[in-house]
Design a protein around this ligand. Structure first.
Ligand SMILES: Nc1ncnc2c1ncn2[C@@H]1O[C@H](COP(=O)(O)OP(=O)(O)OP(=O)(O)O)[C@@H](O)[C@H]1O
Ligand SMILES: [Mg+2]
Length: 509
């Protein structure tokens, strides 16, 4: 017997019996405690709770062995109970086992007659305890495994990327919620289901490629499903061997990135196009001069150089717009604000576009112009020229030949309002909300022939907002448009040359 000695409780009202048992058991290496009747035995058992076996006489005062056996079994289902009695009958033996006793020893007995059932009982107890420990351990690890599994399943299900797993028989064995959203055909499928039922040939081909490959490889491919674009990254599931058990594919929604990518390449090609035309015109004019086609005609030469200058200025303005947009986006844009009269700025912006309007026979007029100094703002000159220039440029670009473009400016309370009106193609309500977005251009038959980057109004909005102002549009398709910029005004000078604040009440003279 190795390890900690087993503790045994001997309960008998006969002192001789108690002592006899104690001696025999102690000689075998057991630790023994004794009690003189059932009640005392029960109390000791309850107090110590560390007995492996209890030997109890059947007939005792206060509480007999049967009752004690029953009580002890209730407290400890593994303890070995052995009853001892002088009145041995089959009935009592059966009754004792019914009440939870392991064995039964008739009095008088030899040391071996008591030791044998004790040893066997303890051995059986040790086996039962070991089996119980193993059972509990298995249950614990099963519970842990189930917990891990459900944790993993929850994580996979909560992923924003779609995950699908396909086995070697081309059957879909797992899909998470994101995948069910991305591939609506797989949502209702009972798994496992043939991959063909996902109705996505692109995914099938990605998976085929991995399963058919001689070497395990990761395949990444962009696939289009409906209006969305996904990046599918698929890799083989290997577990020993050289053949994959299946394939796990992760789908990432790259629609927004794709759109940005397309917008950027369109932007680059538009910018290139926008730069190419005026450069070609300038080059053409200069070549004409160099080829001597002007001869000595100073007036003709001057007209050509002026045209070159106009085109070069427009080109410079466009490059400035681009630089401004990127500076604003990078948070590097600095306004150099000074007191500006809006009227001469509008005249300058319109003059820059006079040729462009004339080429389309569009009349360019300044209506309802304020008095000099009536509409002053605290603004950045170049930024304001860009705002008014862009609005006038759009008005000309999006008005068919022979139309009218006009500008009006007025003071309204604490604000200066500038409106650029055209008789052009107008804008649909659903586009009105988007034309101030970067790179957004309305697509229709008319605009497809109009070059542009879609940056003009985005820049206008950003610049106006940096001046604590706002820009709005009123328009209807076919009815023309009016873009109105509202900017905080600075007070106009009064007749005495002093400035008055329009917000304050008129002062008595
Ligand atoms: N006056 C207008 N009338 C009708 N549509 C307009 C008008 N102004 C702007 N739009 C629409 O709004 C879109 C965005 O205008 P925005 O000025 O930002 O870009 P763009 O003119 O296309 O290019 P860019 O100004 O950068 O050269 C235009 O493509 C056009 O469809
Ligand atoms: Mg524009």
């Amino acid at each position: 017997m190795g390890g900690v000695p087993a503790r045994i409780l001997v309960v008998d009202d006969e002192p001789g019996m108690r002592e006899g048992c104690r001696r025999v058991l102690a000689a075998e290496g057991y630790e023994v405690e004794c009690a003189a009747d059932g009640l005392e035995g029960l109390e000791i058992f309850k107090a110590k709770r560390n007995f492996s076996a209890v030997l109890a006489d059947l007939k005792m005062p206060r509480m007999g062995g049967m009752e004690l056996a029953e009580e002890i079994r209730r407290l400890d289902e593994d303890v070995v109970l052995i009853v001892i009695t002088a009145y041995a009958t089959i009935e009592t033996a059966v009754e004792a086992t019914k009440r939870g006793a392991y064995g039964y020893v008739p009095k008088p007995f030899t040391p071996d007659e008591i030791l044998l059932p004790v040893r066997n009982g303890l051995e059986r107890r040790a086996l039962a305890l070991e089996a119980k420990r193993l059972r509990e351990e298995r249950e614990r690890s099963l519970a842990a495994l189930a917990g891990e599994r459900s944790k993993t399943a929850t994580i996979i299900n909560c992923m924003t990327d779609g995950v699908i797993v396909v086995n070697a028989e081309q059957k879909l064995v797992l899909r998470n919620s994101a995948a069910a959203r991305m591939l609506p055909a797989i949502a209702p499928l009972a798994l496992p289901a043939p991959l063909s039922e996902a109705r996505c040939p692109d995914i099938e081909s990605v998976i085929d490629e991995i399963m058919a490959g001689a070497e395990p490889a990761i395949v990444s491919r962009e696939i289009a499903i409906g209006d969305s674009t996904y990046m599918a990254n698929a890799s083989p599931v290997m577990e020993g061997g050289t053949k994959p058990l299946g394939v796990v594919a992760v789908l990432r929604d790259v629609t927004a990135l794709k759109k940005l990518d397309i917008a950027k390449s369109m932007f680059v090609s538009m910018v290139a196009h926008e730069i190419k035309n005026p450069l070609a015109a300038i080059e053409g004019y200069l070549n004409a001069v160099l080829a001597g086609s002007v001869g000595g005609d100073a007036e003709k030469l001057r007209a050509i150089l002026e045209r070159c200058s106009v085109r070069a200025r427009a080109l410079r303005q466009m490059v400035l717009d681009l630089l401004n947009i990127s500076a604003i986006q990078a948070g590097r844009f600095m306004l150099k604000r000074s007191r500006l009269d809006v009227k001469p700025l509008l005249v300058e912006a319109f003059e820059n576009l006079r040729d462009k309007a004339a080429a389309k026979r569009i009349s360019l007029s300044m209506e309802r112009m304020p008095a000099d100094g009536e509409c002053e703002i605290l603004g950045d000159r170049d930024a304001m020229l860009s705002v008014f220039g862009n609005l006038a440029d759009n008005a000309i670009k999006y008005t068919p030949e022979g139309g009218c473009v006009s500008v009006a400016a007025a003071r309204s309370g604490d604000f200066v309002l500038v409106s650029v009106r055209d008789t052009g193609i107008g804008i649909k309500p659903e586009d009105k909300a988007r034309i101030f977005e970067e790179f957004y251009r309305v697509r229709n038959e008319f605009t497809s022939k109009v070059p542009g980057t879609g940056l003009g109004l985005a820049l206008v909005k950003k610049l106006v907002e940096m001046h604590q102002g706002s820009v709005s549009v009123e328009s209807a398709p076919g009815k023309g448009s009016v873009f109105t910029v509202s900017l905080p005004a600075v007070p106009p000078p009064d007749s005495s040359g002093k400035r008055i604040d329009s917000r304050s009440d008129p002062q008595p003279a």
